[in-house]
Write a new protein. Structure first.
Length: 153
């Protein structure tokens, strides 16, 4: 099974809760998972075979949360060698803001610009939808996991 590192960006703790839920679901499917709430560039470079899962919320102005912003800056200024790296995205936001989903989209763009390969479509969780994010996350993670390579370290 795969080794997965979940990179968390959270303002109020919701993204942390979703990341923990995703980690639990992935572990029940046999994957080895670490949740990283303060990711740095070295964390991405330590094991190139490790699959990354970005789980981030947005600030009201669409910015990345403070705990993920430094990684984004490193990605866009230092251009680390992550071409071919596999990743997924869980993007939390609130569609009542005009900046809905911009932080997650910024991370997705940064990874893609560096040649990383996204697995599947992002999960976009809208706080204004009224939907319970937990079953949506569990279903998405189960589907996403079927797309993981069987031999990822």
């Amino acid at each position: 099974m795969s080794h997965i590192q979940i990179l968390v960006g959270s303002v109020t703790g919701t993204a942390e809760r979703i990341a923990d839920l995703a980690a639990e679901r992935l572990q029940t499917l046999g994957h080895q998972v670490t949740v990283n709430r303060f990711a740095q560039l070295d964390d991405l470079l330590r094991s190139p075979e490790e699959v990354l899962l970005i789980c981030t919320s947005n600030t009201g102005s669409g910015d990345l949360p403070d705990n993920l912003q430094p990684l984004y800056v490193q990605l866009t200024r230092e251009f680390p060698p992550i071409a071919g790296r596999l990743y997924g995205l869980i993007n939390l936001g609130d569609s009542s803001y005009t900046t809905f989903g911009e932080a997650g989209q910024a991370m997705d763009d940064a990874f893609a610009d560096l040649g990383a390969q996204r697995i599947g479509e992002p999960l976009v969780l809208d706080a204004s939808s009224g939907d319970d994010p937990e079953p949506l996350t569990e279903d998405w993670v189960a589907n996403w996991a079927t797309q993981l390579p069987e031999d990822a370290a």
